[in-house]
Write a protein that binds this ligand. Sequence first.
Ligand code: ADP
Ligand code: MG
Length: 389
Amino acid sequence: MNEPHAAVVAEEFVALYGREPEGVWQAPGRINLIGEHTDYNDGFVLPVALPHAARVAVARRDDGVVRVHSSQGDGDVAEFTVDSLAPGSVAGWAAYPAGALWVLREDGHAVPGIDLHLDSDVPFGAGLSSSAALQCAVLLACDDLLGLGIERPRLARLAQRAENDYVGAPVGVMDQTASLCCAEGAALFLDTRDMSQRQVPLDLAAAGLVLLVVDTRVEHGHADGAYRHRREGCERSADLLGVKALRDVEAAGPELNALLARLPEPELRRLTRHVVTENERVLEAVRLLDDGRLRALGPVLTAGHASQRDDFAISCPQSDTAVDAALVAGALGARQTGGGFGGCVIVLTEPARVPGITAAIAAAYAARDGWNAPAFFTATPAPGARRLR
Ligand code: ADP
Ligand code: MG
């Protein structure tokens, strides 16, 4: 199914650069079932790769020049040299491929110039991780072409470093690991502390269920202050509680309340409560998937949304409206997925309820002034990054 994509990307490469690419690689976007903002707290996440992917055709050059072009860009070919790469040296979307080359050089590898053409069907800024898809596709292509043999969890860490230190977005490591390490038909249970991971089978059809993805059409902005502010709040809370990361707080109920009371600001208490309860929700979700109790996942998702909305304060009216409308229309559970402030909502439901749910959400949006119409698709767990040709 991906071969036609690969052929198109390769043809476009030839039209742009007047020669054949050495190969075509793709890396997927993702949804996260549960475990939001836990990844920079050394915690647990449970992402699923999507069929939507970034595809890159690449060929090496021997003059140290890098040329990059995106079908979703402004039409221009951005050009720079490997030698001149330093954090922030390339602006705009080309910062992502530039960051990938920079981080490989920082990691001690001899990085040549390249010609690169990108085509992606992961929507930008929709919380489906188009940035990690792009960066992981470039890193995998380079790893392969240069014969570096970097293991995927480490490649994910390099991709994170490129996004943190080159692009300047303070993201955790979930998106990159999801893109590189997910497997078809499974969710990836990842411990971001030590990068240990396990594929947890997710056979939605066998359980008579689907995951409906609702694009709220509200674009988030990761690099903005709100994400950073929360990350810093989590780090301060961990310091104040005397733990390495909030992952180390395992208390629940009255014990958790007593711990939270030690934090001096209400906001720090709320941030901490989200991370601690969210880690527990990931573990609960994994137990349910292991037991084949997929329907019981619904309330866990919905509780995760309430925690994002009330404690971590990363939801928005469009996400809340989609979640509420889905639940009223009979969904088993729903939550905003991704970094927050819009993006996508995932809905767990029976297939027969999908038309009613999409109609209810569309109607709720249409009733509001200035809201974009939502978009919908169903998610099928797709494979992680790979070479297409
Ligand atoms: P998300 O990763 O949730 O989609 P981000 O803000 O992290 O949102 O990343 C989106 C950015 O990634 C875009 O603004 C653009 O710079 C870059 N990007 C992603 N895919 C492409 C593409 N196909 N072409 C050009 N730039 C892209
Ligand atoms: Mg991103």
